[in-house]
Design a binder for this molecule. Structure first.
Ligand SMILES: [Fe+2]
Ligand SMILES: [Fe+2]
Length: 276
């Protein structure tokens, strides 16, 4: 399938959801956008479209984890928990798409290339399962929870706050599931598996910082102005985004990794050092 076919197929799927929303889709509350200027609404619209696309990529990762769990002999509570996360992410994608639509957006174009690249990283099912569970679920959802919490806290526009609060509740649950499943699997991963996970941490922690915090750090360094009213529409200022990222990383992720017997703090310290 070509890249263009891929995009149009994904857009078609979004159109189908508009006709038949997923089960569990929460009702939207009324918005109060009249208090905002068009440029402010445009920023929020773009952010909701990007969130919708990100939620679909997250759904694809959880779906792959369900498949891998079954492949690895974990068809039971673990695969059921991951399947419920995949369903949540589909609902989040639809919720974000509907909020973006209220703000005036067209259905988002979803780029699945980052997911495809991530899945190509490890071919062996058990290793791929462990890597995705560790990085995308436990670490990724913990950071995502912190960012959603900050956005929900600053938001004042009722539809924005309503949608962010609903997603936040699920993201916190996904993060919990990630750490709990790692704890359950810890007795059966081998010394080689642990070394593999430490290598994954060393490779991915820097990449996560680069994609999540560094753009905001650059904005801070350039002293680019941020319209404080955007906070009421759930958009994070660079300061708040950086703060939420490092709070989650240093306050939750690294201690949890160390408690699992993984080289969390050491990998973070060596994230920009080439392996010997
Ligand atoms: Fe989500
Ligand atoms: Fe999530």
């Amino acid at each position: 399938m070509s890249g263009a076919d891929h995009v149009s197929a994904t857009t078609k799927r979004l159109d189908v959801y508009a006709v038949r929303p997923p089960r569990g889709m929460p009702a939207l509350c009324a918005h109060a956008l009249d208090a905002f200027e068009e440029t402010q609404v445009r920023h929020a619209r773009r952010a909701w479209s990007m969130k919708s696309a990100q939620e679909l990529r997250s759904a694809a990762i959880f779906s792959e984890l369900v498949r891998l769990a079954i492949d690895c002999g974990l068809a039971g509570e673990i695969s059921k928990a991951l399947a419920s996360c995949a369903e949540d992410e589909m609902i989040h994608a639809e919720l974000c798409r509907l909020v973006a639509k209220v703000f005036g957006a067209e259905p988002p174009v979803v780029d699945m290339k980052p997911v495809e690249d991530r899945l190509l990283g490890h071919r062996e099912p058990w290793r791929r399962f462990l890597a995705l569970l560790l990085v995308e679920v436990a670490i990724g959802e913990t950071i995502s929870t912190s960012l959603f919490r900050a956005g929900a806290k600053s938001s004042a526009e009722p539809l924005t706050r309503h949608a962010l609060t609903m997603i936040l509740r699920d993201e916190a649950q996904h993060a919990r599931i990630g750490w709990e499943v790692l704890e359950v699997l810890r007795p059966i991963w081998t010394v080689d598996d642990r070394r593999f996970l430490d290598g994954e941490l060393r490779a991915q922690l820097g990449a996560i910082e680069q994609s999540t915090a560094v753009p905001s750090l650059r904005l801070l360094a350039s002293a680019a102005p941020f319209d404080p009213t955007l906070g009421r529409l759930g958009l994070l200022s660079p300061e708040r985004r950086v703060e939420a990222f490092y709070e989650a990383l240093e306050g939750k992720v690294l201690p949890a990794l160390d408690a699992l017997g993984l080289a969390g703090s050491a990998s973070w310290a060596a994230r920009y050092t080439r392996p010997a």
